[in-house]
Design a protein. Sequence first.
Length: 258
Amino acid sequence: MKSKKWIIIGIILTITGLIITAWAWNFTTSPEKKVRKQKFPFYKGLEQAPIYSKSVIDKIKNHYVFEPVLQGDLVQHDFMFQNDSAAPLELKKVQSCCGCLVETYTRKIEPGQTGVISVVLLTDRYGGKEIHGIIRAFTNDPDRPEITIDISCDVKKFADISEHTIMLDGSVHQPIEATSIVVPAEEYPFTITGVKPRKGIDIHHSYKEIQKNGKKGYLITAKNKRKKSGVIRDILFVQTDHPARPEFKIRVQGKITE
């Protein structure tokens, strides 16, 4: 009987030891797994300080002219307005178009308080052009059911970019690649010094110098490397030697099918 008892105790101790060993191994290796994940972070691009401004709107129809900016600049603006009525002013919906994006806005402004509509200008596609947009705010005030802000901004050209978004669509069984041609503006001559993908998981990329209409340019190529169907979303950060714009973005998107 004693021998059976010791055999049972031995089995229990062995099982307990295996459980403790497995737990300890998992505990010591899990931090390594975390470090391994953090070892290859996505590239977020160079830090870019926004061009910020603000103004006051006090009419039903308003107009604002931005100072000229450079293609690729991050432009942020706050439109401030006061509720001078005796009742709360609600903004039911605020929408914009044509190079202007509404980031956020005050939903409810109490009497005597100030609200804000925060917008961002998307300048990447407007090099050498003027942004003409309109912001519409729909309110609960019968005297001013809609407040509008016409905006305009001159965007200086940094480069001619044939494709701001490179599209990779097609079957996984066939090679898929597409390109974008970049030609520096005369006012901002630059050399491309490198291209970094944000993720690089689904694409190969390359670039080379070319001649475009007698001018120096660059051919940027993206190729699919997915082995199964799915969606591609990435960004190529194009790096230059010009201090005015040391980096700009070209997006890569696509749908890969069987």
